[in-house]
Design a protein around this ligand. Structure first.
Ligand SMILES: Cc1cn([C@H]2C[C@H](O)[C@@H](COP(=O)(O)OP(=O)(O)O[C@H]3O[C@@H](C)C(=O)[C@@H](O)[C@H]3O)O2)c(=O)[nH]c1=O
Length: 185
């Protein structure tokens, strides 16, 4: 198989390591193959691809879409280095409120699969980072949800203390407030 799949401490979150073929021209790798991904539990039809560029210290997140527009995502950095985070928002999960993080970079070429029911965010650790990701549901602005990136109850160990955060991302509720709003899964 051209991929190695590694389940993280929250087992539904899966790190995907590609097989990279390097030669004098450069490299080649497969980045998504429905048949192999489905065998590992990454099911669903990925219907939207996104691409963003951010500078050093930018933190985007923590985002999700509420039902019926929940999204699973497959995230990678095609330029630069990011600290990528997923937070479990599934109330019945033994890991509800817990988070996992990985480094995704143009160098390691790893991807992170984040199922529906999670919030997602990342922090840029290089001068510039370009992030691309697939989603298994379309963008639905009225169903956007978010959790405050530095909610102390979640306690994500972000590697930069004072990140650049959008106005919108500074106003998301804490996990406790999100539960009250019925924003969990
Ligand atoms: C996410 C999204 C945004 N937009 C528009 C809305 C807005 O005007 C502009 C920028 O949107 P945002 O500020 O929400 O972009 P951004 O902060 O990059 O949002 C993304 O963050 C990461 C962490 C995720 O997990 C993604 O799912 C997505 O929520 O792009 C779309 O047209 N389609 C989309 O799918």
């Amino acid at each position: 198989m051209p991929f190695e799949f590694k389940r993280l401490e929250i087992p539904n979150v899966i790190l995907i390591k590609p097989r990279v073929f390097e030669d004098e021209r450069g490299f080649f790798m497969e980045t998504y193959k429905k048949s192999d991904f489905e065998k590992t539990g990454i099911k669903g039809e990925f219907v939207q691809d996104n691409h963003s560029r951010s500078r050093y210290g930018v933190l985007r997140g923590l985002h999700f879409q509420r039902e019926p527009y929940a999204q699973a995502k497959i995230v990678r950095a095609i330029r630069g280095v990011i600290y990528d985070v997923a937070v479990d928002l599934r109330r019945d999960s033994p890991t509800f409120g817990k988070w996992v993080s990985v480094i995704l970079s143009e160098h390691n070429k790893y991807q992170l699969y984040i199922p529906r029911g999670f919030a997602h965010g990342f922090l840029v650790l290089s001068d510039v980072a370009e992030v691309v990701y697939k989603a298994d549901n379309v963008y639905a602005p009225s169903y956007e949800g978010g959790i405050l990136w530095n909610d102390p109850e979640i306690g994500i160990d972000w590697p930069i203390d004072d990140p650049i955060v959008s106005e919108k991302d500074r106003k998301w509720p804490t996990l406790r407030e999100a539960i009250e709003k019925g924003w969990t899964f």
